[in-house]
Design a binder for this molecule. Structure first.
Ligand SMILES: [Zn+2]
Length: 259
């Protein structure tokens, strides 16, 4: 299984919602449907991380992930994915299950609700992989090691209690990680961990999985480019990084205003 995950494009979504919001992370439900239809037409096979261990990797694999586990994912994306028979991976902030996103910088005045424990169970039963996005969505690289330990272990334990399934994958809040964070994550029992576009990346290290964000402004042509196996080429990568730099402001905001 060495290296095989580095050949699988991994997409990141946040909200699938028709409400207008500041920023690019909310994809319209109608756009999301177009993208799933595109995957079907082009013969892509969505799978989850835990399926990466099975011996045969299908042709044109792709992993669809949702960060922060907003209720809109359950309400809008789940029915569409069910129609297509596509599984996905949802990364849950365990302290915020069934509540509002008060952990996030609120620039547009809108609040968003997170999935409930029952909704998580329903997704798990439908074949979704439930992953951890820690307990509180604080940047792990800013925390003392003991706190990192608690964030990754306790979130895993509680999610396993909710779903009755082993939790094998984690998404680092804000994608931020370093060697110490990777080690704490590995020893907590995870097998894979996802970052975004910025951190140290090694194709043979399952704790530095790189993901490609899908934005509300993406055309189908842009979406197609994001599905190329391996890394996007250099120009594409710089473009994506440029767009996503502002996402780094949120951990800073948290660090300064919500100690
Ligand atoms: Zn997040």
């Amino acid at each position: 299984m060495k290296n095989r995950f580095s050949q699988v494009p991994v997409l990141t979504y946040h909200k699938i919602d028709s409400r207008r919001e500041w920023g690019l992370n909310t994809v319209l439900p109608r756009r999301f449907r177009e993208q799933m239809e595109f995957l079907r037409q082009r013969g892509f096979r969505p799978l989850t991380f835990r399926e990466l261990t099975s011996s045969e990797l299908s042709e044109k694999p792709v992993i669809i992930t949702f960060d922060d586990a907003y209720e809109s994912v359950y309400q809008q994306a789940f029915p569409i994915l069910q129609e297509y028979g596509f599984p996905a991976v949802i990364f849950v902030i365990v302290r915020y299950v069934g509540t509002w996103n008060t952990w996030d910088a609120n620039l547009g005045g809108l609040r968003f609700r997170h999935v409930s424990a029952n909704q998580i169970r329903e997704l798990a039963q439908a074949g979704w992989e439930i992953g951890s996005h820690t307990l509180t969505h604080r940047a792990l690289t800013y925390l003392p090691e003991k706190e990192v330990d608690r964030e990754v272990r306790e979130s895993r334990r509680q999610l396993q209690e909710i779903t009755g399934q082993e939790v094998l994958t984690l998404a680092y809040p804000f994608g931020l990680q370093n060697a110490a964070v990777r080690e704490r994550t590995r020893t907590a029992g995870y097998r894979w961990a996802c970052q975004n576009l910025w951190g140290e990346y090694r194709p043979d290290n399952p704790f530095t999985i790189r993901r490609i964000p899908v934005y509300r402004t993406d055309s189908l042509a842009a979406f197609r480019r994001k599905l190329q196996p391996g890394l996007p080429h250099r120009v594409e990568m710089s473009k994506l990084r440029l767009i996503s730099w502002w996402a780094h402001l949120t951990p800073l905001y948290q660090h300064l205003f919500q100690p």
